[in-house]
Each structure stands twice: as structure tokens, then as C-alpha cells.
Design a protein around this ligand. Structure first.
Ligand code: PXG
Length: 443
């Protein structure tokens, strides 16, 4: 042993775990060791049914052989090439495939490595676009309360989760927020899209425009369905009205589809599901089935062309990552898109959505349940917080479900469900049955 090597250790201290209460986890850790299809397996070999697609990302299920083999082949063939001034075929192929899948005239793709980078990239493209078309005063970015757009400074600035913002100073200047669309008094226990308030919530954008003037606003960014905030489904008419107001005032509309993209709602993208055309779409997660990290921004032709035309032959956008268009990610992305297509997984999600809705709403009436929300293959079950202990019921539910063989996701006291699109009806039943037992056992 040389002086600078250390003996192997199972010390849990070195890894600073993200978005985790480290001390609490390390005092009572839970591990998974491998995965296949709908299941994780603990180091002891116990199966855990994954009701969250990893973290809303393994849309085709875990360790799909076609995707694994594509990555293995690519790693041995061309493991890395820069996309700065150099091409490799799979990046162009994947961008073309995505352009075909993306809605309307969103036909150009900028590659990143994560959802957070996709959001910051989209915000930068919006600012650069306004400047390139001679509207350099349009610099404000509008997000929404309870929005989650990753953890870059742009994303937390337009995002609306106070815990993700308050530790980090003043954030980006010139940002404002729409109100969130959650209205439990009128919309609790809605099946699918809630009925009340859509247009009024969107009209808040008119007030923001009246306050700041449209000449100062570059873009609005929203999740079509808010995921991390606990599955907040937009009321009917909301997204349509946001689009109309953006059009009226010459403001770009960005849909953050990091969660809703790639079949989560039973369509390739939420834009198509809702019939609302954004100007930019951010994506990540399901793009590669999470097998290799990758994100992307889809951009409308007009936005792309404006930036191309304005550059006089130089670099059109001073932006990019060492790993933009990474060959392994491109190989994973292509194999993932093939899997979605050949297995008809988006249509499968659409066909399961009603049964999933019925199953999750069967928990209405279970103890502590104050709201149930769903769309496509995403659902949130909100529990009343235990007095003085917000988050405790959610945390206990997560642990008890894991110990009974089901992995769920928890945001505060809201349990979130987003199974892979390969989920079987019997597995939906198992997820709901275990959730019921767990909720019934909570104090
Ligand atoms: N936008 C949206 C809409 C997201 O959901 C991101 C951006 C950021 O992606 P990256 O790849 O940078 O993490 C996300 C990520 C949860 C949870 O518990 C959700 C996300 C991340 C972590 C936890 O709901 N979504």
C-alpha cells in the first residue's frame, strides 16, 4: 500500500448526498444495489417495486438491454468527442430524431447534461434571441411560485421553492413570478385537469405585464404540470391562456418538460397533450432513460434562425458544455427513442392513465389524505401534516413503503407516483395497496 492510498472503507461520511438530510440518512441508511425493469434490488436481494421511475426519469424501466448494449458499443467505439467545431454522427442523428418528435416547428436542439443546465440554457437563449432581434430591453424572466427548474442560478431564480432559494443570496435580478395554480378549496380530488380558476390564474400574467411593461419581459417559464411541488395539474384553459397572453405581448413561452417529456402524460410531450405550442422546450431525464446523463433544449425555427442571422458568420451563441452531445448519451438517447417507438410506450401510458387514476383515487377517504391529483402516469397524494411536524408523515410513509417493497417519492407531506411506462396493472394495484397500508399505519 502506498502512502496516499487508504484501505477500502464503507464509511458513509465522504459522500455528501444531494437533497438529503445526511445525518438522518447515515444513521439509518437504505441501499439499492441493482435494478431491472420495474424493480430495484437491495444488497440482500430483496425486490423493491419502483413507483417513481428512479426520479421521474427511467421512463422505459431499468437497465433495458437494448439501451445498455448501445452504451457499451459506443463506449468501445467513440467514448468522447467534443462538439465544439467537430462533429460526430450520433449527435446529429439524435437531434434530428428529437426534432421529429418535438411538437410543431420546434426543430432545433441544443444538448446539455441535465435538466438544470437545460433550463439555464433556455433562459440564455431567450435573452440572446431578444437581443439579436433588436429587443435588448426584454430581459425579465417570469417563473411561477412552487415551480421547480433545477438548481442552477437561473433555475432557482425563476423557480418558486423557497427552500431551494433562501440559502443562496439575491439570485438573478429582474425575475418575477406568477402565482401557483393550486386551489384545494375548489379543486381538491380533481380527476385529471381541475376545472376551476385556469383563466384567472393565467390572467395574473397580464398584471405582471402591466407592472413591468412587455418591453422589459423576455420569457415566461412554467412546468406544464408541476412535478416536484407535488404534482400540481394546470386547471383547464390555463396553459392556453398563458400562450395567448405571451403572444399578445411578444413574450417567449418556455415549457419545462424535464418531467412531462417522453410519454409521462401519454404523449411525447405535454405541449402535444395540452395542444399548446411553446417556443422552447427543456428536457432531460427520460431523454436517455437516465442511463447516461443528458438534457436538451428544443427551439422553434424562428428563434434559431434569428440567432443564426444575427451573427455575421461568427459563433451565434456563446454557450455550451464539454459534454454537450456526449457520444454515450447520444447512443443511449437513440436506443431510448427506439425503445419508446418500438414498444409503443407513449400510447401504453395513455391507455393505462384511466386505470391509474381510478387506482390512486381509491385512496380518497384513507386517513390523513387531504387531496389526490393525477394526470397521465403522474399522481400526488397529499397528506395533512402532523401538527408541528411538517414533512414527518411524508418521511415515515417513504420509509415504511420502502420496507414493504415499494419505492415512492415524497415532497413534504405529498407522496408522488410516476411509474415507468412499462408498469403492469397488477403493479399499479400493488403500489396503491402498499400505500394504503402505509397511510393507515401513520399516526
Ligand atoms: N426542471 C424540472 C421540471 C425538473 O423536474 C429539473 C428541471 C432539473 O433537472 P436535473 O437533471 O438538473 O436534476 C427537474 C428535476 C423530485 C425531484 O423529487 C425532481 C427533480 C429533481 C430532483 C427531485 O420531484 N426534477
Amino acid at each position: 500500500m502506498t502512502a496516499h492510498t487508504k484501505p477500502p472503507t464503507n464509511d458513509l461520511e465522504a459522500f455528501w448526498m444531494p437533497f438529503t438530510p445526511n445525518a438522518r440518512f447515515k444513521a439509518d441508511p437504505r441501499f439499492v444495489e441493482r435494478a431491472e425493469g420495474m424493480y430495484y434490488y437491495t444488497p440482500e436481494g430483496r425486490p423493491v417495486l419502483d413507483a417513481t421511475s428512479g426520479l421521474w426519469c427511467v421512463n422505459a424501466g431499468h437497465c433495458r438491454p437494448r439501451i445498455v448494449e448501445a452504451i457499451q458499443r459506443q463506449a468501445a467505439h467513440l467514448g468522447y468527442a467534443t462538439s465544439f467545431n467537430l462533429g460526430h454522427p450520433k449527435a446529429f442523428e439524435l437531434a434530428s430524431r428529437l426534432a421529429n418528435l418535438l411538437p410543431g416547428d420546434i426543430d432545433h436542439v441544443f444538448f446539455t447534461n441535465s435538466g438544470s443546465e437545460s433550463v439555464d440554457t433556455a433562459l440564455k437563449i431567450a435573452l440572446a434571441y431578444q437581443r439579436a432581434r433588436g429587443k435588448g430591453s426584454k430581459t425579465r424572466l417570469i417563473g411561477r411560485e412552487r415551480g421547480y427548474h433545477g438548481v442552477g442560478f437561473g433555475g432557482i431564480s425563476v423557480g418558486g421553492m423557497v427552500n431551494n432559494r433562501k440559502q443562496f443570496g439575491t439570485l438573478l435580478a429582474g425575475v418575477d413570478h406568477l402565482p401557483h395554480t393550486h386551489d384545494p378549496d375548489r379543486n381538491a380530488f380533481s380527476r385529471g385537469r381541475p376545472q376551476h380558476g385556469g383563466e384567472a390564474f393565467a390572467d395574473a400574467l397580464e398584471r405582471i405585464v402591466a407592472l413591468h411593461d412587455a418591453s422589459t419581459i423576455a420569457a415566461v417559464i412554467v412546468e406544464p404540470v408541476a412535478g416536484s411541488a407535488g404534482v400540481l395539474v394546470p386547471p383547464t384553459g390555463y396553459l392556453e391562456r398563458l400562450r395567448a397572453i405571451c403572444d399578445r405581448h411578444d413574450i417567449l413561452l418556455i415549457f419545462d418538460e424535464v418531467i412531462t417529456g417522453f410519454g409521462r402524460l401519454g404523449a411525447p410531450f405535454a405541449a402535444e397533450y395540452f395542444g399548446v405550442q411553446p417556443d422552447l422546450i427543456t428536457m432531460a431525464k427520460g431523454l436517455t432513460n437516465a442511463a447516461v446523463p443528458m438534457g436538451a433544449v428544443g427551439v422553434r425555427g424562428g428563434v434559431y434562425e434569428t440567432l443564426m442571422d444575427g451573427s455575421e458568420g461568427g459563433i451565434e451563441l456563446f454557450h455550451g458544455y464539454t459534454y454537450s452531445g456526449h457520444p454515450l448519451a447520444c447512443a443511449a438517447g437513440l436506443a431510448t427513442l427506439d425503445t419508446y417507438r418500438d414498444e409503443g410506450l407513449f400510447a401504453r401510458a395513455a391507455s393505462l392513465a384511466r386505470a391509474f387514476e381510478t387506482a390512486v383515487h381509491s385512496l380518497a377517504g384513507a386517513p390523513h389524505v387531504v387531496d389526490i391529483r393525477n394526470l397521465g402516469l403522474m399522481a400526488g397524494i397529499e397528506l395533512a401534516s402532523r401538527p408541528g411536524e411538517p414533512g414527518a408523515r411524508g418521511r415515515e410513509a417513504y420509509h415504511h413503503a420502502f420496507d414493504r417493497g415499494v419505492l415512492i417519492r415524497v415532497s413534504g407531506d405529498t407522496l408522488a407516483f410516476s411509474p415507468s411506462l412499462i408498469v403492469e396493472p397488477s403493479q399499479i394495484d400493488q403500489i396503491v395497496a402498499v400505500t394504503r397500508e402505509v397511510i393507515e399505519g401513520l399516526e
